[in-house]
Unconditional design. Structure first.
Length: 209
């Protein structure tokens, strides 16, 4: 069974409060999501392997550590996932970025795929699927499904907020994919929205309704 990691650092929790606030402006919402994504990237990369190298300090030679050649890929689910990409790239500037376009049918709540563009070497990379909201789990599962169909095997999922229903759905469908979130909320309402949640992340990021 996949693990769920709640990134409970005080800075993340502080900023998440203002992300939830309905009175937060589009500009501030966008900046806060960017900042939390950077902080979560620090957590999600905690287990990246290191290797030893020798460097010359101003005093003498020293053995030190660098990341062990791990190639990373960021896969935001359009459109809301785009709001987290730049924040992650601040820490992982060499990561390649692919895009998966999915929208949720308002009647069936099932994901519908409309766009996929991935790095040519996506199978060789450790991938982070990015979506601010893990509600029903449908979009996340669909994105992970299409990556696995392309022989991708190293996948993690990063979300700001998750509902218990979405977590269970991903764990059942993809028990090998660990989930990183800033908070696990109470439940999904009849419209498939996370409660208390933060509203529609895409609309709040891009100022649309």
């Amino acid at each position: 069974m996949s693990k769920v990691f709640v990134c409970d650092h005080p800075l993340i929790q502080h900023k998440l409060t203002y992300i939830r606030d309905k009175n937060t402006t589009t500009k501030d919402f966008r900046e806060l999501v960017d900042e939390v994504a950077t902080l979560m990237a620090y957590e999600i990369t905690r287990d990246i392997p290191l290797e030893s190298v020798e460097v010359e300090t101003p005093v003498q030679k020293a053995e030190s550590k660098i990341i062990s050649g791990r190639m990373l890929g960021l896969i935001p689910i359009l459109r809301a996932g785009l709001g987290m990409v730049d924040g992650i790239l601040k820490l992982l500037p060499a990561a390649k970025v692919g895009h998966v376009g999915l929208y949720r049918d308002p009647d069936t709540l099932q994901p519908v795929e409309y766009y996929v563009k991935l790095p040519t070497d996506v199978q060789e990379r450790e991938l982070i699927v990015i979506d601010p909201m893990l509600a029903t789990g449908g979009s996340a599962n669909a994105a992970i499904d299409l990556l696995k169909k392309r022989n991708c095997t190293q996948i993690k999922l990063m979300c700001l907020i998750a509902a218990p229903e979405g977590i269970r759905a991903v764990q059942e469908a993809h028990p090998d994919v660990d989930i990183y979130v800033a908070a696990v909320d109470e439940y999904l309402n009849d419209h498939g929205y996370i409660v208390p949640g933060l509203g529609d992340a895409g609309d709040r990021l891009f100022g649309t309704k």
